[in-house]
Design a protein around this ligand. Sequence first.
Ligand SMILES: Cc1cc2nc3c(=O)[nH]c(=O)nc-3n(C[C@H](O)[C@H](O)[C@H](O)COP(=O)(O)O)c2cc1C
Length: 267
Amino acid sequence: MITLNVTYKCRPGMREEFLERIMAEGIDAASRSEEGNLKYDYYLPFDGSDELLLVEKWRDGEALKAHAAAPHFRRLGEIKSGYVLETAIERYCGQEASGFLELAENRYSVRRFSDKPVEKEKLELILKAGQVSPTACNYQPQRVYVLQSPEAMEKLRKCKTSDFGETLALLVCCDKDECWKRDYDGKPSGEIDAAIVAAHMMLEAWELGIGSTWVMHFIPEAVRWEFRIPENEEPVALLVMGYAAEGAHPARLHAQKKPLEETVRFF
Ligand SMILES: Cc1cc2nc3c(=O)[nH]c(=O)nc-3n(C[C@H](O)[C@H](O)[C@H](O)COP(=O)(O)O)c2cc1C
């Protein structure tokens, strides 16, 4: 992944107009809809300066090259000449993230794994991230099955239709007898607890450079049979994991998130 932090030093008092032109001409929307674009956002720093910041993330060099050849990129260059005095570009490659939000934003469902095995030390850290997850009343009803032997992976293939070439999978179950139940209606916390554990592990894995995809499309009865899951446990989440294969990339809609106004309500 390639991240570009572009700072435009605009002519005094002109940065808002410059941004308006960019929006009005649809340059931001066209860039976001390009294959391989993961982020394309403008920011107006609150410091009263004349700077406009653009943060772009691209899947790889090829995507960036295609962007540089796009007509809307050329158009941006034309508009820019009327507003911008100086342009500074910082370029970062790889998965480095400077904070949690960036890590969460960079993560994507990896659906093509290399055959490089996940190191034991990294697996331990991933499991630890699950161990420290919050669970209702701290009852910790999660049961994590580590599937990594060739035999286990062969069995797993019988339980689902997808195969991303993974060499490791974590099956997160919840113990229905050991989870907390809400006193007034009996609602059990087990599946929620297990999902939180899975999410922690998925993000820790990414932090360690290991990709994963959360797979719900498995056959619970088959999993139960192949791995001798007892009746009191419910298989909740399957994380297939490993190092991303060369050419692995986010799905086209990965970065398309609903605006907060659609999913968040303030009272
Ligand atoms: C509960 C859940 C179930 C999912 N099940 C599947 C699945 O069965 N197969 C699959 O390929 N991806 C599955 N995914 C991955 C989502 O499709 C993916 O997270 C979503 O499209 C957003 O893309 P991103 O993870 O690359 O950001 C699942 C994700 C979640 C959270």
